[in-house]
Design a protein around this ligand. Structure first.
Ligand SMILES: O=C(O)c1ccccc1N[C@@H]1O[C@H](COP(=O)(O)O)[C@@H](O)[C@H]1O
Length: 223
């Protein structure tokens, strides 16, 4: 299970997350968010991320020129489109900056079914997405709401690896370990205040996700 922590604004929090073994660090480039960072802040934060840990740039309805400017100033690895971007727009924007990308789909229990979610995933897979992120729908906000959606809407046979987000925290993430997902993404559930991560919550989250992975494995033949 891959773990992405998102919404960093402080260097010490990034350093703590890296020490805890996080797989990806998310930076929010969406000015209305309380977790938004400037390119200059992001340069300093990404400099604390070593090789083999990904820096993910979360953007919401960013224009081509804005994304180009961002890519020229901040060394990130993956784009997370978290707005209303179509599959074609994602493909065009990401290829303009030569980056891999994931798309966040906001799941509305009143509108979506597992089949409709699967169809939406297919449309982004066809345009070259690396993964899909599933988050809870909110009528006024694009994300970072702390809300969960009905996990029964996660399709079993997705065309893309699924990253689950929305209202995760140390006390509920163990419940995701049997779901058909590739990774989890959390922001509010590891914070003491918006944009300020809590070291104890980050640690508890990592323990809850990673500790089960090998515990039932028997080491044989030196492998
Ligand atoms: O964090 C934000 O402020 C944000 C703003 C706009 C779009 C997405 C945002 N965050 C992402 O939302 C999900 C769920 O967050 P949470 O764990 O429920 O707080 C996650 O991918 C965040 O990175």
């Amino acid at each position: 299970m891959q773990v992405k922590f998102c919404g960093f604004t402080q260097l010490s929090d990034v350093q703590t997350a890296v020490q805890l073994g996080v797989d990806a660090v998310g930076l929010v480039f969406y000015p209305p968010s309380p977790r938004a960072v400037t390119p200059k802040q992001a340069q300093a934060l990404s400099a604390a991320v070593p090789a083999f840990v990904s820096v993910v740039a979360l953007v919401v309805n960013m224009t081509h020129d804005e994304l180009l400017a961002l890519a020229n100033h901040v060394p990130f690895d993956v784009i997370q489109f978290h707005g209303d971007e179509t599959p074609e727009q994602c493909q065009q924007l990401a290829s303009a900056v030569n980056k891999r990308w994931i798309k966040a789909l906001r799941i509305d229990a009143e509108q979506d079914t597992a089949a409709s979610v699967r169809a939406r995933i297919d449309s982004f897979a066809a345009m070259g997405a690396s993964s899909i992120l599933l988050d809870a729908y909110h009528p006024q906000k694009y994300g970072g709401t702390g809300a969960r959606f009905d996990w029964r809407l996660i399709p079993q046979d997705s065309a893309l690896p699924i990253v689950l987000a929305g209202g995760l925290a140390a006390d509920n993430v163990a419940g995701t370990l049997d779901l058909p997902i590739y990774g989890v993404d959390v922001s509010g559930g590891i914070e003491s205040a918006k944009g300020k991560k809590d070291a104890a919550k980050m640690r508890a989250f990592m323990k809850a996700v990673k500790r089960d992975r090998w515990q039932n494995e028997t080491v044989t033949d030196g492998l």
